[in-house]
Design a protein. Structure first.
Length: 320
């Protein structure tokens, strides 16, 4: 019998993945190592806790008084520092905890948040644990980038991909920014290559850059505060710093995805109005946006990356 007190996230209720997991738990056939993949870290974290709750309460007549994130037999590992890495020492500490007999439950659970952030040394140490897992222990790897994990790790875990990932940008003023960006593209297409029109195009560009940075900063601050309030009191400062970095990275990627969508909509509008040549600037603009996203991956300032993209857009979309 399994007693559950933590519900599955609403986005996952009734999904095939949850049904398979529930059935496997009841039949005592769940793998000792699972990879939970998806685009929304909050959904993944909630799914990890719901699954841990079911595993820790297996065989109990009454539910444990401990929520999974504070359960003595549930161990959480998160990236640390601005680099957002899971280091070898964290994995060694985890292995030491897993090799101790459970104190409350009959089982132990380890949850690795952003498992793809293990550095090479940590990943190789963890691989040895996967090869010889401790008894009565389940390892849960949460990640939005499963293919960034070592192939040897992926081959030793059971994969579940979760749907229902929201891609909206939770930032005040963002929808207005996107609308103004599309208006800026339209003005470029009306001819602003020289004189006052060129100056307006450039001023509009830097206005968008400045507002982008302000919106991102405000949204990151609000989201970080909300996420911090959900963390256990014993969360280390290095983990908090990593979460701050994660929030900023996640938001700016969503914002750049929204820019790509807005650019595509602009191009489709031109195509429907009888401008077949709109396809070429769309392709060039997409390439420029991919370059900007690549600059973000090497930690270039987001405003500088956006400026690079908009300057390219100024050349691409301006009607001469």
């Amino acid at each position: 019998m399994t007693v559950a007190t933590v519900p599955w996230p609403p986005a996952l209720v009734g999904t095939p993945a949850v049904s398979v997991i529930e059935t496997a738990i009841e039949k005592h056939r769940l793998s000792h190592s699972l990879l939970l993949a998806g685009d929304d870290p909050e959904v993944l974290a909630a799914a990890g806790l719901a699954l841990a709750d079911r595993l820790l309460n297996r065989g109990l007549k009454a539910p444990s008084p401990y929520p999974p994130e504070r359960h003595p037999d549930c161990f959480l590992v998160r990236p640390q520092g601005k680099a957002r890495q899971i280091k070898a020492d964290s994995i060694r500490d985890l292995i030491g905890q897993l090799n101790v007999s459970p104190s409350v439950s009959k089982y132990k659970v380890a949850i690795l948040h952003d498992a793809d952030r293990m550095n090479p040394a940590a990943a190789n140490i963890f691989l040895k644990t996967l090869e010889e897992p401790p008894a009565n222990t389940t390892l849960l790897l949460l990640t939005g980038r499963p293919y960034s994990l070592l192939p040897t790790i992926r081959s030793r875990v059971l994969h579940f991909r979760f749907p229902g990932m929201a891609s909206t940008v939770p930032a005040e003023g963002w929808e207005v920014w996107v609308a103004d960006y599309q208006s800026w593209l339209e003005r470029l297409g009306q001819g602003v290559a020289a004189g006052r029109g060129a100056a307006e195009g450039i001023f509009g560009l830097y206005g968008l850059v400045a507002r982008f940075g302000a919106i991102l900063d405000q949204a990151s601050s609000a989201e970080t505060s909300r996420r911090k309030a959900l963390l256990p009191e014993e969360t280390e400062e290095e983990e908090v710093v990593a979460i701050e970095a994660e929030v900023s990275v996640g938001l700016r990627h969503k914002m750049f995805a929204a820019i790509e969508k807005a650019t595509r909509e602009h191009s489709i509008k031109l195509l429907r109005s009888g401008e077949p040549e709109a396809r070429k600037p769309l392709i060039a603009s997409t390439d420029a946006l991919e370059r900007a996203a690549g600059l973000l991956r090497v930690n270039l300032n987001e405003s500088a990356a956006l400026e690079d993209f908009l300057l390219a857009s100024l050349r691409i979309w301006t009607k001469r």
